[in-house]
Design a protein around this ligand. Structure first.
Ligand code: NAD
Ligand code: LMR
Length: 313
């Protein structure tokens, strides 16, 4: 019996989309369809062909195709949405809300028609609100509509901890919860290095500095780049989520999920730890929080709600 390859569609062939497509192909997670708008069909095809031609050198057999037609995406197992504008220095992610809500809505109409069984991961910012827009438009079960923020925010947090302690990033564990904004909540109490709690290794001041740098991590890259936002670490985060789903790995990762009572929030999309596997979001973990941690999460939830209110109209 022939083994059916997975089909992954990446919508938006800009910095994050193209980087993600290339990483997915290198890991041979499936065949990749890269979709952008009709006006950019030629460069989208060009990027895909260029990536494909790296296969013989890097040793991957994934097919990669560029297109502006959703017919080519039909039947995808997984769809990643990176379509939309990125912020520039001086802007917040929330400044993108109206433009990107329109883009995400129109993309999701097509995904709904052509990929009705897909699990969908949303990257476009402001991502908590865009995940809400996607969920409303797609009408898919909540376990199949997932936003990316926590994997990236946690990766930044772990990078800074590893740098500070001069240890391998592989031995650092942590969680960042809440919305993908400046009041996200890195959970220090659940952070460790080789199993050793970080608050026994670092002073409160150093930990606070790492927490603040994590919260501002996206803005730090925006300032350095000058004309766009991060894409290597965001793409790596999308690939980790994709691998967890397509290989049914049941990873425990922080992702944006629809909360219906968990943590005391109802009808809210926000970052929480989940089991991510073949069924999409298979379980939301409710961590026990101190009063201080809960207050920080409440503040983050309030920020997310105010952005979602804009798209609700
Ligand atoms: N959630 C996160 O952690 C995270 C991380 C990085 C970037 N982002 C967000 O991801 C989005 C993309 O970032 P980028 O750096 O790739 O931007 P980019 O400008 O490089 O690429 C965006 C692409 O989307 C395309 N696009 C626009 N409208 C489209 C439509 N209707 N259909 C298909 N494609 C369409 C554009 O033509 C462009 O190629 C931004 O909103 C950014 O803020 C989020
Ligand atoms: O900061 C941004 O605008 C992009 C992304 O959300 C990030 O955190 O890198």
């Amino acid at each position: 019996m022939a083994i059916q390859r997975k089909k992954i569609t990446v919508v938006g062939a800009g910095f994050t989309g193209a980087t993600t497509a290339f990483m997915l192909a290198q890991k041979e997670l499936g065949d990749v369809v890269l979709v952008d708008i009709p006006q950019l069909e030629s460069p989208t095809k060009g990027k895909a062909l260029d990536m494909l031609e790296a296969g013989p050198v890097l040793g991957f057999d994934s097919r990669i195709a560029g297109t502006s037609s959703y017919e080519d995406a039909a039947g995808s197992d997984l769809v990643i949405i990176t379509a939309g504008i990125a912020r520039k220095p001086g802007m917040s992610r929330d400044d993108l809300v109206n433009t990107n809500a329109g883009i995400v809505r129109s993309v999701c109409e097509n995904v709904k028609n052509y990929c009705p069984d897909a699990t969908v991961i949303i990257l476009s910012n402001p991502v908590d609100a865009m995940t809400y827009v996607a969920y409303q438009t797609l009408g898919f079960p909540k376990k199949r509509v997932i936003g990316q923020s926590g994997v990236l925010d946690t990766a930044r947090y772990c990078t800074f901890i590893a740098e500070e302690l001069n240890v391998s990033v592989e031995d650092v564990r942590g969680f960042v919860l809440g919305g993908h904004g400046d009041d996200m909540v890195p959970l220090v109490r659940y952070s460790s290095v080789g199993g050793i709690p970080i608050d026994t290794l670092l002073s409160a001041d150093r930990i606070e500095a790492i927490v603040q740098r994590t919260r501002a991590g996206g803005g730090e890259i925006v300032s350095l780049l000058g004309n766009g936002s991060a894409y290597y670490a965001p793409a790596a985060s999308l690939v980790q989520m994709t691998e967890a789903i397509l290989k049914d790995k049941k990873r425990i990762l922080p992702v944006i999920a629809l909360l219906e009572g968990e943590y005391g929030y109802d009808n809210l999309f926000m970052g929480v730890p989940v089991i991510l596997g073949g069924g999409g979001i298979e379980k939301v973990f409710e961590l026990a929080l101190t009063a201080e941690e809960k207050a920080a999460l409440d503040q983050s939830a309030a920020s997310v709600r105010s952005v979602i209110a804009v798209v609700k109209g």
